[in-house]
Write a protein that binds this ligand. Sequence first.
Ligand SMILES: Nc1ncnc2c1ncn2[C@@H]1O[C@H](COP(=O)(O)OP(=O)(O)OP(=O)(O)O)[C@@H](O)[C@H]1O
Ligand SMILES: [Mg+2]
Length: 460
Amino acid sequence: MKKILLIDDEISLVRTLELYFRGKGYSVSAAFEAREGLQLWRETEPDIVLLDVQLPGMDGTKALATAKDEDLCGDVVMITAFQDMEATLSAIQRGAVDYLYKPLDLDSLDVLLEKILARRKEREKIERLSHVVSECFKPNQIIGRSQATLEVIKDIARVAGAPVTVLIDGETGTGKELVARTIHQQWAPGEPFVAINCAAIVSNLLESELFGHERGAFTGAVQRKLGKMEIAGSGSVFLDEMGELPLEIQAKFLRVLQEKQFQRVGGLKDIPFNARLLVATNRDLESMCRTGGFREDLYFRLKVFEIHIRPLRERTEDIMPLAENFISRMNRELNRNVTRIPLEYLKALENYDWPGNVRELENMLRRAMILSRSDVLEIDQCWLEPRQSPFSKAPEPEDRGLKSLNDMEKEHILKILRYTGGNYGETCKILGVSRPTLRKKINDYGLKEYLEADSAYQKD
Ligand SMILES: Nc1ncnc2c1ncn2[C@@H]1O[C@H](COP(=O)(O)OP(=O)(O)OP(=O)(O)O)[C@@H](O)[C@H]1O
Ligand SMILES: [Mg+2]
């Protein structure tokens, strides 16, 4: 039974409303002044309170403030004199859900109460069926409570103090770079952490990026340039996507690891290599060795200590803490106040495949946060279909299987752009092309139109 509390000093009105609401099946309590009203408010825990502004002694606005201070439950409708604009505004600011003017019209009162009760019901449903996000933002930390993640953290602790090469492998977006940075932080905080993505740099520039070059070493080398290995000093060099390192550079690299020194391109001087090497790959180097794509001797040198990061779908216990962490962070970044995830949504997150792993989760949540206007994370229906990527909705080929290479390329680029949430940097990384190349292809294929059609997509 719904409970209503009436606080008004107009005795005849209160008596009429009492009869009216009893007739409608409410449990009614009534008071003619604020103090008694507040007492009943505490005792009866009403769903709705009708509160007159003008009361003898403590007025209605004060009573409302007291009730809010004490966190008393119930939705409050203020009853004000027609002209009293100021009291109306102040009541709403103090947390009344609505107001009615005297003389009361029972039809408008009915409509209003129905609206309020429907809203309460919806709210109760959300509260029952949602998970409260705990405020837990920890920047640059490895989040997760699965056994697999705890093992990774233990591995980091074991290896951080020893100057050995670490090979970090895992699918795209699983957190390889985060692990590398964490090892570096433990090992040599304050020293440089120099990252180089072997897939993002064309092979004839890669050598000079790594080792540097002397002036005049090749056309265009107008001055001496230090390579990443030299810049790292006694910090760490992070070689990302090691599987993409061309074979001829693999040979040079092996020599560096054996001799602990190298020369700049076009130079003769031996430069000592003192940094720690951290290597990441999302390709299976062992099978690449078997097919000749990767040098076995180099592989064994790199594999001194291996950290394998499992795909997110194999450690679903990590999804909720990760989501909470991202939501806490994005509440600040995007000026949102999301505190609840509907359980239905949480289940969908746990059932989904996550081909893009943690990065995909982060991108997906960012979109959801942008769409969310209340404290509840908003669900885009297409995300609730299990095991189907919301970003892989590239157009279906009309003539199945009979596509041109260009069409394939266009679809593939679009798919990756959608998967990264339109982030050019990440897209270049995954596709292994440079930014100018990506831009040109986006232009040539008219992909901007598709992306603009995707609402609220992210662009770096
Ligand atoms: N366990 C984790 N806790 C918190 N954040 C994480 C975790 N794993 C990954 N992330 C976040 O996910 C994003 C992707 O991680 P990262 O760049 O380290 O992945 P990666 O494996 O290097 O990806 P790629 O293979 O595409 O280079 C980053 O924003 C990172 O901070
Ligand atoms: Mg990476």
